[in-house]
Each structure stands twice: as structure tokens, then as C-alpha cells.
Design a protein around this ligand. Structure first.
Ligand code: BTN
Length: 243
């Protein structure tokens, strides 16, 4: 692993992506920043984080995905790596809200943004961006956000957490390489937030409806049992969970 530490940057994902476009990088090249000026979240959102308080990192994963179809397996691996570390740190009620938000009870404690580059030789390189709330105490407008500090009232060593996540990620990435997909899917479904529980959703037209999550299919779509007894599959932009 090659670790590059920065004080401030626009976005660790953008920084690593640019590096990966310009040169051949070692697998598991890691950018760790204290703060981002333009931290990016899922679906064009911003990622806010108090300077120096949280884990802000991007990790380059190469030589793992042979097909763009397998991208969701990397989502699973990253989500499981983070949940495993949080459980090691004795944080309770950790789950994965589809596709890969990490929840502590009903609050989000970490977010993941994976971006893929297809290199000239056809090989896929993935930029795995992770924002994990560690020592931040207040979240002002973000009522559904939490941190390790909020939950335990203790301070944590951010770099130690990063190293633990990387060790786990190496383990799960090896499962992708070994084509041990059953293992990844089983563990992901065991940790899935609100799996099998009736809850309210909203579709792209802002229409509300009730349903029960049945799981996530091989394409990474959420399968929901609707009130008319049919099961519908939703892509990431097609459904929002209201909880
Ligand atoms: C989400 O919306 O849940 C995803 C948040 C991802 C944030 C991380 S912080 C490090 C990396 N750099 C970015 O600009 N975003 C990701």
C-alpha cells in the first residue's frame, strides 16, 4: 500500500482519479486528507466534514474487476469492510443501507462513492472514496448523521481506522478475485438495513408507497415486495427509502 497524506484538497476522489489517469499506480494507492473543499457524495450531493475530525480517503483498486458487471461486488466489499471495522470497535446496530451507506441505528455514519476508470488496455481501475464520521461531535443541519464520537463519547485514531479498513478490503477484494460471490452476497444481505421490514418508499415521481425489501439482485437493484404482491426492481435513482 502507498499512502499519500494531504492537509486540504478539493476532493480525494478527484485527486486520485487524476493521478490514475496520468500514471500507472500501485494497487491500493491511498489518499488520506484532513479536509476537502469540494467533497462529493452520491448522485451529485456534497460531502461535508469538519476539518481534521473524520476519515476522508480514496483508495485505488486495480486488478480486481474483470468486468464492469462486477462493480456491485466492490460496493459490497467496501461496505462490509467498513461495517466489520465498526463492529470490531464495538459499535452496535451497524447495517448497510442499500446500496452502500453505513448506518449506526437510524443514522448515517459513513458514505461511499466508487468511480470506475476504464484504462486503454481495457482494465478497470476503481477509485473507492470513503467518508467515515469519526471524531466530529455536531452535525448541525444533518439530523440523520452520526459519528463514532457521538455514539461512544470517545476519540478515535483516524489512521488506525483507515489501516483496519484497508486490511478488510484486501480480504474482501480477494473474494472477488477468487469468484467467491456467494460469500459476499450472503454477508451483504445479513447486514442489509430494513431487510424484510415493511416501510415507506418514494419513487422518482415523488409518489409514496409501502413495500418490503426482499434483497438486492446481481445487478445491484433493490427488490421490493409491493402491496399488490408483485416484486419490483429499482435502480439507485428510482427509489428513496423513507424511514
Ligand atoms: C455519499 O453520498 O454517501 C458518499 C460520500 C463519499 C464521501 C467521500 S469523502 C472521500 C471521497 N472524496 C470525495 O469527494 N467523496 C468521497
Amino acid at each position: 500500500m502507498k499512502l499519500i497524506k494531504l492537509d486540504a484538497i478539493d476532493s480525494t476522489n478527484d485527486f486520485l482519479k487524476k493521478m490514475a489517469q496520468d500514471q500507472a499506480l500501485e494497487n491500493f494507492t491511498v489518499i488520506l486528507a484532513k479536509t476537502q473543499n469540494k467533497g462529493r457524495g452520491q448522485q451529485g450531493s456534497v460531502w461535508l466534514s469538519e476539518p481534521g475530525k473524520n476519515l476522508i480517503t480514496s483508495i485505488l483498486i486495480s486488478k480486481t474487476l474483470s468486468n464492469i458487471k462486477d462493480v456491485f461486488l466492490l460496493n459490497i466489499s467496501v461496505a462490509l469492510s467498513i461495517t466489520n471495522v465498526l463492529e470490531e470497535l464495538k459499535i452496535s446496530s451497524i447495517s448497510i443501507k442499500w446500496p452502500n451507506d453505513i448506518m449506526a441505528g437510524k443514522n448515517k455514519i459513513a458514505g461511499v462513492l466508487i468511480e470506475n476508470l476504464i484504462k486503454e488496455n481495457g482494465k478497470i481501475e476503481s477509485i473507492v472514496g470513503i467518508g467515515l464520521n469519526v471524531n466530529q461531535k455536531n452535525f448541525e443541519d444533518l439530523t440523520k448523521a452520526s459519528s463514532l464520537r457521538c455514539i461512544t463519547d470517545k476519540e478515535f485514531d483516524i489512521e488506525d481506522i483507515l489501516n483496519r479498513i484497508i486490511q478488510k478490503l484486501k480480504f474482501y477484494v480477494q473474494k472477488i478475485i477468487n469468484k467467491d460471490e456467494t460469500f459476499l452476497w450472503k454477508n451483504y444481505h445479513e447486514k442489509l438495513f430494513k431487510n424484510g421490514v415493511p416501510m415507506a418508499f418514494e419513487n422518482e415521481l415523488n409518489e409514496r408507497f409501502m413495500g418490503i425489501i426482499q434483497g438486492v439482485n446481481q445487478e445491484g437493484k433493490l427488490e421490493v415486495l409491493l402491496e399488490d404482491d408483485t416484486i419490483k426492481k429499482y435502480g439507485i435513482k428510482e427509489i428513496k427509502m423513507l424511514y
